[in-house]
Design a protein around this ligand. Structure first.
Ligand code: ADP
Ligand code: 5GP
Length: 227
């Protein structure tokens, strides 16, 4: 059965960077390319990062019930087309969704077996630095993203796993371990090799209940607006 992995994060946490690193290393994983009404940024190409559509086109797709979920994020519409899940099921692949917390809630309701991974920055100042270093947004948009992050982060407990994206190499290994460990669990394979056991142990470290102490100071930095 197709596993559905939801990856959410406040904008600028490093989600795209992490997903781009992990995707080539995990075979059998389809990636859902979302539809959006926001204009392309930088070198983004239609059909690669997103399908770029107009508001009337998006609204027509909503009317035709073509979306598994959709949401208004930063004043634009974003949506996951149903056909990506159907294709993954047809091809016996797992599906990775990179979506915001509103979309994640909709998917978790519709597909209770979906596995949620929430990526957090180490603290608010680091997030602000990453947003600035990406040099893609105006000051107004950076402030909007920081304010939205503060709200989004409060939703962390709806996710199965929490990943604090501090050192990129470690975060990449951890995300890979979560995806592979979940897949292994669903396959029911027994007994596990020593490598598989190590991977499952690494994934477990990132379970919500094992991360609560690590999350508290991060939440604190957002509530007080500092590091
Ligand atoms: P998101 O997809 O969550 O909006 P990006 O992947 O675009 O975020 O990352 C935001 C910025 O932070 C980029 O400039 C990226 O290179 C940088 N970045 C991502 N992960 C790390 C990390 N672990 N350490 C330092 N910089 C990072
Ligand atoms: P960006 O415009 O920076 O690429 O993405 C902004 C936000 O929209 C990110 O949090 C991203 O995860 C989210 N997003 C991207 N695609 C979708 C989608 O199909 N559905 C929902 N709900 N959010 C999405």
């Amino acid at each position: 059965m197709t596993s559905v992995f939801i990856i959410s994060a406040p904008s600028g946490s490093g989600k795209s960077t992490l997903v781009d690193k992990v995707r080539p290393e995990v075979p059998g994983l389809d990636f859902s390319v979302s539809y959006t009404t926001r204009p392309p940024r930088g070198s983004e190409q239609d059909g690669q990062e997103y399908f770029f559509v107009s508001r009337p086109q998006f609204e027509e797709m909503v009317r035709q019930d073509q979306f598994l979920e959709h949401a208004d994020v930063f004043r634009n519409y974003y949506g996951t087309a149903r056909r990506f899940l159907l294709q993954a099921e047809d091809h016996g692949k797992d599906l990775l969704l990179d979506i915001d917390v509103q979309g994640a809630e909709q998917i978790m309701r519709k597909i209770p077996r979906a596995v949620g991974v929430f990526i957090l920055p180490p603290d608010r100042n680091t997030l602000e630095r990453r947003l600035r270093s990406r040099s893609q947004d105006s000051e107004e948009v950076i402030q909007l993203r920081l304010a939205t992050a503060t709200r989004e982060i409060e939703n962390y407990s709806k996710y199965d796993y929490i990943l604090v994206n501090d050192r990129l190499e470690e975060s990449t290994e951890a995300l890979k371990a979560i995806l592979l460990a979940e897949r292994l669990k669903r396959s029911g394979a027994q007994p596990l090799s020593a490598d598989d056991n190590a991977m499952v142990a690494m994934a477990e470290l990132h379970r919500l209940n094992n991360m609560r102490a690590r999350i508290e100071p991060i939440l604190g930095s957002f509530r007080t607006g500092g590091a």
